[in-house]
Design a protein around this ligand. Structure first.
Ligand code: C2O
Ligand code: CU
Length: 509
């Protein structure tokens, strides 16, 4: 099991302290004006590609301040949080499709931060990845993000600087792009997360947890042992704000999983229909599932119809900390919801996941002929004394082999999970089509930007290289990303003028 891991871990440690750069990586070795190593004459900086302008579009401006706050998770239970504008989640951002958004980020923390616009197709330089698309925003400094809000849907934003720690501490919020003609009058966003409130966040290398993980087989136990409290919109259990809706009314519920564990939410029978996944409308949604599985980083929207009868509860099913994640559904303030017996019983065939439905619009009508094929093997390595590494093709970032593309390429990626932990793999700046699982083609393929790859699973995905830049492709269990499970879509003809580490302490994971 040792193999190359020792070397890779040593490299990661070197990176953390020194900002070492590799010649064959898309990063350059300096931020100065001379052409970085490995960059050809005529190559463009990522700062020079795909600029956007507001032109005639309405401009919506937001101010987000990254700051420290005491945050009350449940009555009497406060945590020290890092927030955008003082709350967890941060200030909700809501715009209409076609708007031009400007967000002024001010950093009042004593560590550098950024904002990544999860799921948005935007110019590379607005992607918020320190060391790749910008320098981390230093304490006391500001940075303005601006881009067109093109596709209506549910998105979210979060820091991408040392994200395993900063997203954990609350640096995230929702970004909703409304359709010009809204289908649902009533709607609400719910961001799920987990926290270490009663215990210190345990290290991922905790042997007991890892052993349990290997044994119980849900692929989550490494993360499960790190946290003790589940939250919905920053609140846990009784502190979660009830959702007010009248009997017979239907609302759009937008779910985002900002945590590093999958969450399973049970609804009353026949009350829920999946309508959108990762910002893409789904086709033929049925109403037969009453449990929704949401992977870390994933967004799933449902149409929820409040049935007649008693006020109810939408809640996490099973698991030690399930009591924290629940949404009381009531008709008016002050009502007391009751648990419906139906909602807690579920069989696995009742579970709707991020790949249960096909997309209304696909990228490819047929399985295309790829220009580039990349085999991505996800695995774990372990080394006594050093801990655990999460690897792509036996390497840890930034030593993982990049996916080399040129503009216009059709890219095929075969993702195989040969380890025993779940890996929700997220691609920046593009959407991909999921063509098959374990060699079996989907009749109705889905278009996504995150694919939850469980132990033993193999997915084939395709995307069009149509957004020049340097883009991350990584596990959204950020604790795994932090330990190596990250690679880059590296376009020919462009380079990043930024580098990892260095005086800005750029640390994307
Ligand atoms: Cu939610 Cu690299 O992103
Ligand atoms: Cu992972």
């Amino acid at each position: 099991m040792k193999r190359k891991v020792i070397g890779s871990i040593a490299i990661v440690i070197l990176l953390l302290i020194g900002g070492v750069v590799f010649l064959n990586s898309p990063f350059n070795s300096s931020g100065d004006k001379t052409l970085p190593e490995g960059v050809k004459q005529g190559d463009l900086s990522i700062l020079e590609v795909n600029a956007q302008e507001p032109k005639e579009r309405p401009v919506k401006t937001f101010n987000l301040t990254a700051e420290e706050s005491e945050w009350e998770i449940s009555e009497g239970k406060k945590v020290n949080a890092w927030t955008y504008n003082g709350t967890v989640p941060g200030e909700p951002l809501r715009v209409t499709e076609g708007d031009y958004i400007k967000i002024n980020l001010k950093n009042e923390l004593d560590v550098p931060v950024t904002i990544h616009w999860h799921g948005m197709l935007l110019p590379n330089k607005m992607d918020g990845v320190p060391g790749l698309t910008q320098n981390a925003v230093q304490p006391g400094k500001s940075f303005t993000y601006e881009f067109i809000a093109n596709d209506a849907g549910t998105y979210w934003y979060h820091s991408h600087q040392h994200s395993s720690k900063q997203v954990d501490k609350g640096l995230y919020g929702s970004l909703v792009i409304e359709e010009k003609e809204k289908e649902y009058k009533k709607e609400q966003s719910f961001i799920l997360d987990e926290w270490a409130v009663y215990q210190e966040k345990r290290d991922i290398t905790n042997m007991g947890g890892m052993m349990k993980g290997a044994m119980n087989g849900n692929g989550e136990a490494d993360t499960e042992q790190m946290y003790d409290t589940f939250t919905v919109n920053g609140k846990s259990g009784d502190a979660v704000e009830p959702f007010i809706i009248k009997e017979g009314e239907t609302a759009r519920l937008r779910f985002v999983n900002a945590g590093y564990q999958q969450h399973l939410l049970a609804f009353p029978k026949d009350a829920m229909r999946v309508i959108e996944i990762d910002g893409e409308k789904v086709k033929n949604p049925d109403g037969t599932s009453n449990v929704l599985e949401i992977a870390p980083g994933e967004r799933i929207d449902v149409a929820y119809t409040r049935q007649s009868g008693e006020p109810t509860v939408i809640r996490e099913t099973g698991g030690e900390n399930a009591d924290g994640a629940l949404i009381p559904v009531v008709s008016s303030e002050g009502e007391n919801p009751v648990e419906s017996k139906q909602s807690t019983s579920s069989t696995s065939s009742d579970v709707a996941t991020g790949t249960s439905f096909g997309s209304e619009e696909v990228i490819f009508n047929e399985e295309p002929e790829p220009d580039v094929t990349y085999d991505m093997e996800l695995n774990m390595g372990m080394d006594m004394g050093e801990g655990v590494a999460f690897q792509i093709n036996d390497q840890v970032f930034p030593n993982t082999p990049p996916i080399d593309v040129k503009e216009g390429d059709i890219v095929k990626v075969n993702i195989t999970n040969s380890g025993n932990m779940n890996h929700p793999m997220h691609l920046h700046g593009h959407r991909f089509q999921v063509a098959s699982i374990n060699g079996k083609k989907y009749d109705s393929p889905i278009v996504k930007d995150l694919i939850h790859v469980k132990p033993g699973e193999a997915y084939t995905i395709y995307f069009k290289a149509d957004n020049k830049g340097e883009w991350l492709f990584h596990c959204h269990d950020n604790n795994h990303a932090d330990r190596g499970m990250v690679t880059i879509i590296d376009y020919k003809g462009v380079y990043s003028p930024f580098s990892l580490g260095g005086e800005y302490n750029n640390q994307p994971n």
